[in-house]
Write a protein that binds this ligand. Sequence first.
Ligand SMILES: Nc1ncnc2c1ncn2[C@@H]1O[C@H](COP(=O)(O)OP(=O)(O)O)[C@@H](O)[C@H]1O
Ligand SMILES: [Mg+2]
Length: 376
Amino acid sequence: MITKTFACPECNTQISCQGNLGDKIKVVCPKCGKKGVAIFAVDKADLKTKTDSLSIEVAGLTKIYKNLKAVNNLSFNVRTGEIFGFLGPNGAGKTTTINMLCTLMKPTSGGAIVCNYDIIKHSLEVRKCIGLVFQDASLDDRLTARENLELHSRLYGVQKSERRKRIDEVLELVELSARADSIVRTFSGGMQRRLEIARGLIHYPKVLFLDEPTLGLDPQTRKHVWDYILKLKKEYKITIMMTTHYMEEADELCDRVAIIDHGKIIALGTPKKLKDNLGGDTIILDIPDDDVEKARKVFKKAKIFDSQVLLSVKNAGREIKKVLEKAKKNKIYVIEANIRKPTLNDVFLHLTGREIREGAANLRDELKRRRGMRGH
Ligand SMILES: Nc1ncnc2c1ncn2[C@@H]1O[C@H](COP(=O)(O)OP(=O)(O)O)[C@@H](O)[C@H]1O
Ligand SMILES: [Mg+2]
C-alpha cells in the first residue's frame, strides 16, 4: 500500500489516500467537495493522463538547510496555461521552491511532477520542458544580446537551422530587435530583464519559471515587463510560475496566487477571492500613540500596528461615519481617516500580523550587495 498526499486543485486542501501501484481511486475533497481520481502512476503514460490539465503538481515538497526548514511541506498544483504566483516576503522560501522545481536543487523530502516528469527521477526531461529566469542577473554583459541568446540556444540544443529564426523571434517578442547587436552592459535594467525572459524562451518551453521578474526595476519599467508576461500567456499559451514580493504584481498578473511565509503556503486562490475573504474594505485611523491602548479596548476586532487602527468592514463609505462617532465618543483622537480597498498585502497582514514589504529594507541592502559583487 502506498499513501499518496496531494493538494485539491480547487481549494488546496491536503488529501491523503492509499492504494497500490496502478490503482485509480476516486476521491472527494472533504472541504470543497471536488471530485477527482488519484492515480498511483507507474509510468509516464499514466502520469500523462493524470496531469493533462496540470503543468506542475507539488506534493509535500520540503527543503531543510541545516536547521532551517526553508520550504515546509508544500502541496499545490499549477494548471496548464495559467500564471501562478508565489507571493511572500524576502526569505519566505520562494527561490528555494523554484530551484527545486527546476531541478537545480534536490528536495529534502516530497517531490513534484513538472510537465509530466518527476523532478527527481526525470530531471533532464524536466529541464527540456522548462525555461527559467533567475532572480539574480545572469547574462554575460560583455556579449551582445544576440550572442547571449546564441550561447543559450546552443546549450539547450536548439538546431542550428532553427537558431537564427528563433533568436529573431524572441528578440522581437521583447522588442529588442533593434538592439540585438549591442553589448548587454549598455542596456538598462528593464532591457536586461526582457532579454533574460527572451533567453528563457529560446527552446520553446512549455512552462516558464520567473523568479522575481521585476526585482529592483522602477514602477514604469515593471509595468512594461508585466505586458510581456501577459503576452506570453495570451499569445503563446505558456504556463508561468512566478515569484514576487510585490503584491501589485501578483494582483495584476496572476490567475491564482499562493501566499507563502516561513516556507509554508498560508493562503491560495485567485487574487479576488483572497481579498474578498477579508470581508470587504479597510478603514484606517491614524491616532496618537497615547490613544493606542484605548483603541485596543474600543475597537476589539481591529488590527492595530504602531498608531494605525485597521478595521475590516463590508462597505467603508457607509460605515466610516459610525466608526468616527465611536472614536469621538470614547475620546480617541483621529488625526486622519482613510478608506482602502483590500490589497494582497492586507491579506498577508490579516494572516500573519506582518506586512509583506517589511522585508524591503533588507532586500535593498541585499541588492546593493549583489550589485557590488557583480561589479568585480
Ligand atoms: N543555500 C542556502 N543555505 C542556507 N540557507 C539558505 C540557502 N538558501 C536560502 N537559504 C535560507 O532559506 C530561506 C528561504 O530563502 P529563499 O528561498 O531565497 O527565500 P525567498 O526567495 O522567498 O526570498 C531564507 O531564510 C534563506 O536565508
Ligand atoms: Mg528569492
